[in-house]
Ligand binder design. Structure first.
Ligand code: MTE
Length: 330
């Protein structure tokens, strides 16, 4: 990866290995062990390989990838345990409780999986996910995700830079925004039978946000393929934004000229803006945004920390919003 202005989260060229190989669940899985996890994750990775460890993916999911690029993203952060990251989720297609996604998502069929690309781009059509990912370099990045209800986790995501994928479709100069949509299939996603949200789940980014090197398309976590409850087989990870922007189980990408409607800004525009940048200085109408609970944490050890501007990624993304009133564009 060639980035001229090196930020704390950039990886160095020496950390980049050969073109990666993406293997899906049905293919032979070559065990690369702890080395496959990023620089910052090696200590955790060694522990993660012990069966029964709460940091570890179950053996049925282990080591789904080969040749993951080692990066230094998030090397100073302590990882959240795997079992917490996969059992305390928001994925309303499977219910509104935090444990519903894990308990109710096993019937979601994630292979084969296609993504429809539409709109202002030279290359549109229906693309096989494995094909899209196979041709890109697979990396691991340890990113913090902070949800709007004030909890956060640190997760070693495996995937590709969103920009790499989007550029392959050759967006035109009219592509000012990118719109994303989740699968709509109430048979597999029983939560879609209920009212509440206007399905399918929708999200959007300004094109320069989407092309920012931090924006990530994840197909795995903790060295293994994404569990269904975390957005299998492919989801966004936007570490400087509140978690709801990180749309799961994506089936559609549309390049558009005007700001697209998104699930939460349609539902409650006074509470959830299009930008949704983590900002401790702008309160949610119903709660302060100044602190977060880093999971795991309990009654005795609440593990409450001060929230940082742009979730700590100010150096990387603040320039995207230069001159904007962030109290107005929340
Ligand atoms: N994507 C879809 N399709 N449906 C959802 O309900 N929830 C969002 C986001 N992506 C959601 C979604 C919210 S509110 C959050 S906080 C994050 O996913 C949670 O991601 P996690 O469960 O992996 O922590």
């Amino acid at each position: 990866m060639l980035i001229l202005n090196k930020k704390a989260s950039d990886c160095s060229e020496s950390e980049v290995t050969d073109k990666s190989i993406y293997l899906n669940r049905r293919q032979f899985m070559k065990v690369t062990g702890g080395i496959a996890l990023g620089v910052g994750g090696i200590g955790h990775a060694a522990a993660a390989l012990q069966e029964g460890n709460p940091l570890s993916p179950p053996s049925s999911l282990k080591s789904s990838f080969d040749n993951i690029v080692e990066t230094s993203f998030g090397k100073d952060d302590k990882l959240s345990p795997y079992d917490v990251a996969t059992s305390y989720n928001n994925f309303y297609e499977f219910g509104y409780g935090k444990s519903d996604p894990k308990e109710r998502s096993s019937q979601l069929k994630t292979t084969p999986w296609t993504i429809t690309v539409e709109g202002e781009a030279a290359k549109t059509g229906v693309f096989d996910l494995d094909g899209i990912i196979k041709e890109s370099m697979l990396e691991e990045r340890i990113y913090r995700l902070r949800c709007v209800e004030a909890w956060s986790m640190v997760i070693p995501w495996v995937g590709v830079s969103l920009a790499t994928v989007l550029k392959r479709f050759e967006p035109t100069s009219k592509a000012k925004y990118v719109y994303f949509e989740t699968l709509y299939d109430p048979k597999q996603m029983p939560g879609q039978l209920g009212s509440g949200l206007d399905w399918p789940y929708r999200e959007g980014l300004r094109i320069d946000e989407a092309m920012n090197p931090l924006a990530f398309l994840a197909v795995g976590m903790y060295g293994s393929i994404l569990p269904n409850q975390n957005g299998a087989p492919v989801r966004l990870v936007l570490p400087w934004k509140y978690g709801f922007k990180s749309i799961k189980s994506i089936v559609k990408i549309r390049f558009v000229e005007t700001m697209p409607e998104t699930t939460w800004s349609m539902l409650a525009p006074n509470e959830y803006g299009f930008y949704a940048n983590v900002n401790p200085n702008v309160d949610h109408p119903r709660w302060s945004q100044q602190q977060e609970r880093r999971l795991p944490g309990g009654v005795l050890f609440p593990n409450v920390i001060e929230t940082k501007m742009f979730n700590g990624y100010e150096e990387e993304v603040a320039s995207l919003y230069a001159g904007m009133d962030l109290k107005r564009f929340y």
